[in-house]
Design a protein around this ligand. Structure first.
Ligand code: NAD
Length: 428
């Protein structure tokens, strides 16, 4: 698990400061962008199933709306902190800018553990969150979406509450909704597939045949599941996935050297992306310690679980065979670990580029909601592939041209786009 001394917001600011220096940004633009535009913290009182009342703490941080309405997910997590939400909101600003969609960055969360809450209690939290923030979100202000431990059902409850309060029908207020209620086809696959579109392009650039590669994944939730799915469809061999086990309160790595598939593993995975140990063992998986995924002798590593996983210590365990690290999760690599990846010449596809497929498809969802006209899945995934491929090449080409690390190139592109929008608006 993430250690308690780690502050993701400090890390996000540290990354921003370094690029602001390289871009020679003026002081006012730096001051403006290194802190969120605005943030909200509020109480969410909920009547529990046993009749008692419990108060949950909710957050929404709008880091930037310079390029369009803020955009970003809502997490339900027992260890949620305002600094995690701030960091994630800032990364959303860079993410929407790097794929060049007309949206800004925001993030939300509630401190709670859905494992211990009934669906009715979760509905109370979701509706309470929307009630508290209804005046400050919406299709033209700030557009939330699902993230860790929230689903399309949570989004519909939030939308319904918002529409009751505003007396409107405004499906573009929130994305990640179920198909049939304003959701977009392809959204479930979007983030994981997006990760793999960038991996596919990276393999081409490195002259590697993806069909001859092997990979290990951390996480088997929404992102990792579809990254594994497309990776194996492209011919790659996935040999290990690691995920959390809430009963044992630790993670395990599930390994099958002959190659695993999305279809077989999904059968023994719950809705939180946790694999049933006993059933996996029956299916021939080896059960290894949770951090074993990182030391596999593979070509590609995909951290797609939580932040702060490739650290100055764990990075030393990465095998010499590894050529690509594709960051499905937000903030999985610390700046110290970045230095090691850099010095070893490993191609890092940074989080806000690699996992931008989700927000790109959310943007498509919004466009479809606003038009009230919906595209086929093929159309959505095709448009997604084009956006991700173009964004990957723009970042890769700049990195090559300036001989810089991929994360720095991605930051240079996105921060200069956001800074330019602030300038054009006359804010700084
Ligand atoms: P999820 O809740 O569906 O799955 C999370 C997975 O991580 C689960 O398999 C869980 O068991 C595993 N996990 C949790 N703690 C772990 C640990 N200590 N060790 C190993 N595995 C652990 O979440 P998700 O939607 O797949 O999101 C994963 C990451 O990707 C997060 O960082 C999220 O912010 C980011 N992300 C998600 C999306 C999206 O569209 N879902 C988009 C962009 C970024």
């Amino acid at each position: 698990m993430a250690d308690s001394s780690f502050n993701p917001f400090k890390m996000a600011q540290q990354q921003f400061d370094a690029i602001a220096e390289q871009l020679n940004l003026d002081q006012a633009t730096r001051d403006f962008l290194r802190n969120p535009d605005r943030e909200f913290q509020f109480n969410i009182p909920v009547r529990m199933d046993d009749g008692s009342y419990k108060v949950f703490r909710g957050f929404r941080v709008q880091h930037s709306d310079a390029r369009g309405p803020s955009k970003g997910g809502i997490r339900f997590h027992p260890q949620e902190t305002i600094d995690t939400v701030r960091a994630l909101a800032m990364w959303m600003t860079w993410k929407t800018a790097v794929v060049d969609i007309p949206l800004g960055g925001g993030k939300g969360g509630v401190i709670c553990d859905p494992h211990n809450l009934s669906m009715r209690e979760q509905e109370g939290i979701a509706r309470g969150w929307a009630r508290q923030i209804a005046r400050n979100v919406g299709p033209v202000q700030d557009v939330p979406a699902p993230d860790v431990m929230t689903t399309g059902q949570h989004m519909v409850w939030m939308l319904d509450e918002y529409e009751r309060i505003t007396g409107t029908k405004a499906p573009g207020m929130i994305t990640g909704k179920p198909v049939g209620l304003g959701g977009s086809l392809g959204r479930t696959e979007a983030t994981g597939y997006g990760v793999m579109y960038t991996v596919r392009e990276a393999c081409k650039k490195l002259n590697i045949d993806i069909a001859k590669t092997t990979a290990a994944f951390q996480g088997f939730g929404n992102v990792s599941q579809y990254a594994v799915d497309l990776y194996t469809k492209l011919g790659g061999k996935a040999i290990a996935v690691s995920c959390w086990d809430h009963e044992d309160k630790k993670s395990y790595t599930y390994r099958k050297m002959s190659g695993l598939t999305f279809e077989e593993l999904i059968k023994v995975t719950n809705k939180f992306g946790e694999i049933d140990k006993a059933k996996a063992q029956e299916m021939g998986f080896e059960i290894l310690p949770g951090d074993a995924w990182i030391e596999q002798a593979v070509d590609i590593l995909v951290p797609a679980a939580i932040e702060n996983q490739i650290t100055k210590d764990s990075v030393m365990k990465i095998a010499p065979t590894v050529k690509i690290v594709a960051e499905g999760a937000n903030g999985p690599t610390t700046p110290e670990a970045d230095e090691v990846l850099k010095s070893r010449g490993i191609l890092n596809i940074p989080d806000f580029l690699a996992n931008a497929g989700g927000v790109t498809c959310s943007y498509f969802e919004q466009v479809q909601c606003n038009m009230n006209y919906f595209w086929t899945k093929e159309e959505v995934l095709d448009k997604l592939d084009q956006k991700m491929t173009a964004a990957f090449h723009a970042v890769y080409n700049l990195a090559q041209e300036r001989k810089i690390y991929m994360r720095d190139a991605a930051y240079l592109i996105s921060i200069s786009r956001v800074a330019e929008a602030c300038k054009l608006r006359g804010w700084v």
